[in-house]
Design a protein around this ligand. Structure first.
Ligand code: ASP
Ligand code: MG
Length: 440
């Protein structure tokens, strides 16, 4: 069974707090979330019911958050597009939220079939209140009173992930992968002892094992490191769920739904975490790079260029500006998601024309490779070592950016795998494969 981690935390606003405490100190409040592959068909849903039943049998209070069956959300999006080429976001949310409604009812039924009292409670029934940004809504509050009442009756509560309601009772969804965030938010609101994310991988790895077969599973990783690793393509958890877990101090345990083995704990910073220079190497092959040429070097230009890109809700990642040439002009390069490149190019063409720039060049044949670790906060030399390793591989670095605990480089797409392998070999793998490189 999951064990509670000690930590400070603030409760997510629960509209009707209930002071009721468990009489038995060993009883925990557990939130589990099962992803799409874990509920892909009725056999697997029965397996989930068996696992939930075991926790219920130990006397713990359990909320199970479910995703839609694997592939279902995509199928529903395509269905919407097939009747309307440009579907309204509000109706799309009504449509795609049904995937999770189906699995929540099926899991409650599968629990009933085992003789376990269970109730499904939809997003509006526990008032997972969000803002009104359809398709990427943010959770503002949850009313846990019905969940606590169900606990009082000894019921397992099944909650569909991904969905909420706004102030006007419209159905909203939380963005792709949003069931993770539902689970963490419910765990925060209930002050649960643990939020288990049960998925088709058995934890968070030091890098993608498909690229580096010697990648190792991390036992514990801090929220901050996880955010850096998730933000650069480690797709295990929705980024927002990690932000929410960090804000409320929710201990998250990422583990396999197909085995009982321990996975990776995502937790607040612990004492010896800063001894590890690099805890993971991440990469993202879905990147694009755009250079604006001959940008006049004067105040206001960056604001107007990036303002016009932001208007289209396009997220820009790295931004690099060169020193200006003698003619007072400079080049400015930024990166964005490859999927946004078409949109970005159209906007950039208009910006070039309107502001009288010299031109632009773009490419999506690039990828980003990053190393992240808390130890970088206090130790110099990681960047130099990283560049040396890449130089040794003959890999050209196109762009560099850093944060307190991460260094990212943009390289040619064909060099990404080799860069990841070399960096992992240098920073993570040692003779003892389970011990990441220690700070000196
Ligand atoms: N079903 C949604 C998706 O596919 C939400 C989730 O599974 O987390 O993105
Ligand atoms: Mg997911």
């Amino acid at each position: 069974m999951p064990v509670a981690a000690s930590h400070r935390r603030r409760a997510l606003p629960d509209r009707k707090p209930d002071a009721q405490m468990s009489d038995n100190a060993n009883k925990q409040i557990v939130v589990q979330k099962y992803g799409g592959t874990s509920v892909a068909d009725t056999d697997r849903i029965r397996c989930v019911a068996a696992r939930a039943a075991a926790i219920h049998a130990e006397g713990h209070s359990l909320v199970v958050v479910v995703s839609a069956m694997a592939g279902e959300t995509n199928r529903l999006i395509e269905l919407g597009a097939s009747v309307c080429p440009d579907p309204h976001d509000r109706e799309l949310d009504v449509l795609v939220s049904t995937g999770e409604q189906v699995t929540s009812a099926l899991l409650a039924l599968a629990l009933h079939a085992r003789g376990i009292p269970a109730v499904s409670l939809q997003g509006h029934q526990i008032r997972i209140e969000t803002d009104s940004s359809y398709g990427r809504a943010r959770i503002k509050s949850i009313d846990c009173s019905r969940i606590r009442d169900a606990f009082g009756r000894g019921q397992v509560v099944v909650v569909p992930g991904f969905q909420g309601v706004d102030e006007g009772h419209n159905i909203t969804t939380l963005g792709r992968g949003g069931s993770d965030t539902t689970a963490v938010a419910v765990a925060a609101a209930l002050e649960a002892d643990v939020c288990e994310i049960l998925t088709d991988v058995d934890g968070v790895y030091t890098t993608d094992p498909r690229v580096c077969p010697d990648a190792v599973k991390l036992a514990r990783v801090s929220y901050d490191e996880m955010l850096e690793l998730a933000g650069v393509g480690a797709k295990v958890l929705q980024i927002r769920s990690v932000e929410m877990a960090s804000r409320y101090g929710v201990p998250v345990h990422v583990r396999s739904s197909f085995s009982e083995s321990e996975g990776t704990w995502v937790v607040p910073v612990e004492k010896d975490m800063e001894d590890v220079l690099v805890s993971g190497v991440a990469y993202d092959k879905n990147q694009a790079k755009v250079t604006l040429q001959g940008v006049p070097d004067r105040p206001g230009l960056a604001a107007s260029i990036f303002g016009r890109i932001a208007e289209a809700e396009i997220c820009v990642d790295m931004i690099v500006q060169n020193v200006s040439h003698e003619d007072g002009r400079t080049n400015r390069t930024f990166t964005c998601d490859a999927k946004d490149l078409g949109d970005v190019t159209r906007r950039v063409d208009a910006i070039v024309a309107d502001l009288g720039l010299e031109g632009s060049i773009s490419s999506d044949h690039v990828g980003k490779v990053s190393v992240a670790g808390l130890g970088m906060r206090n130790h110099a030399g990681v960047a130099a070592k990283m560049f040396e390793v890449l130089a040794g591989e003959g890999i050209n670095i196109q762009l560099i950016s850093t944060s307190e605990i991460k260094i990212s480089v943009v390289v040619d797409l064909d060099d990404v795998d080799r860069a990841v392998q070399a960096l992992h070999r240098t920073f993570v793998t040692t003779d003892d494969a389970a011990a990441p490189a220690r700070a000196g």
